[in-house]
Design a protein around this ligand. Sequence first.
Ligand SMILES: [Cu+2]
Length: 338
Amino acid sequence: MKTWILAIGLILTPAALSAQEALPEAPVVDPAAASAVESAEAPAVAATTASGLDPALYTPMKPTPGIGMPVDGGIDFQEQFSETGQTAHWINNAILVPMMVGVSLFVLILLFWVVFRFRRGANPVPSKTTHNTFIEIIWTVIPVLILVVIAVPSISLLAEQFEPAPEDALTVKVTGYQWYWGYSYPDNGDFEVISNMLTEEEAEARGEPYQLAADNRMVIPVGKPVKLLITAADVIHSFAIPAAWFKLDAVPGRINEKVLQIDREGVYYGQCSELCGARHGFMPITVEVLSEEKFNNWLLANGGTVKSDAAEPEATEVAAVTDTTTELAPADAAAATN
Ligand SMILES: [Cu+2]
C-alpha cells in the first residue's frame, strides 16, 4: 500500500512542480539592496565619506569559475576555503584512497587468487584446517589499530567543527523560508536581506551559474569567524556551502549555531539541502566574502550600521575598493562563461 502511495506521489511530482508558478511569490527584494545591484551596472564613483566608507562603493563581486561552485564531471569535493574544510578534505583523501587501493583491491585480488588456486580441479582433497590463533590475533589487532588511527583526526575534526564562536565574532542570523533565504545582521542594525534565486537570463547577464546565483547575497568578512544562527520559519531546510565544508539544518522553533569562516575573498554557492517542498531545488545560497572595508561598505549600502570598534580603513584601502576586477560590468558579465 505504502509503495503505491509513493509511486502515485512520484508520478504527481512534475504536476506539482509545474503548479509552482501559481504559488505565492517570495517577498519583494529589499529596495536598498536592489538599488545597489543596479548601481553595480555602472562603475562606482568614489565619493568617499569622512569615515572612508561609502555605500556606493559596493558592487557585487563576480565569481571565479570553478571556485566555490560545482564543476562539470567533478567527482571530488569542491576545493576548500575554510580551515576545517581543508582538514576534512585531507582526512577524506588520506582514508578513502588507502581504503580503495589497500583494502578493496587487496581483498578482491585475494578472492580471485583463492578461487583460482583452490578450485576442485587443482585441489581435489580440501584442507581441514579450522583455527589458527596467530592469524586470528593479527586480523583482530591490525583493524583495531587502523580504527584507532582513523579515530584521532576524525574525532578532533568533529570537535573543531562545533567549537563555539569567539566573543567578538560577527553574528548573522540565517532563516530558511519556503522557498528563499533571509540573512539578518543583528550586530549591524538588524536589517534583513531577502535572497531569491535569479532567473536563467538574470544569472547569465551577471555571469553567474543558474540555480546557484541569488539576487541578494549573504555577505561576510574574509578570514573572520562568523557566528551563524540558523533557523527556519516554516519547515525544515538546511543551509549548506560545500566549499566551506558547512552544512547545518534550519529547524523551525530552534536555533542551530555554527561558526563559518572563509579564508579567501570570493563568491561561494550552496543549496538548500533538506527537501522542503515544491521549490526546494530553487532556493540557492550565495555567499560573498569580502575584505573588512568592502564588507562595511556593503553594510552601509543595505542600510546597516558599521560597528564602532571596527577599524577605520586607510585611504589607500578605500581606493582598492574601486578595483574594477570586482565590478559587475555588463560587458564582463556577458563575456564570462560558466
Ligand atoms: Cu529549503
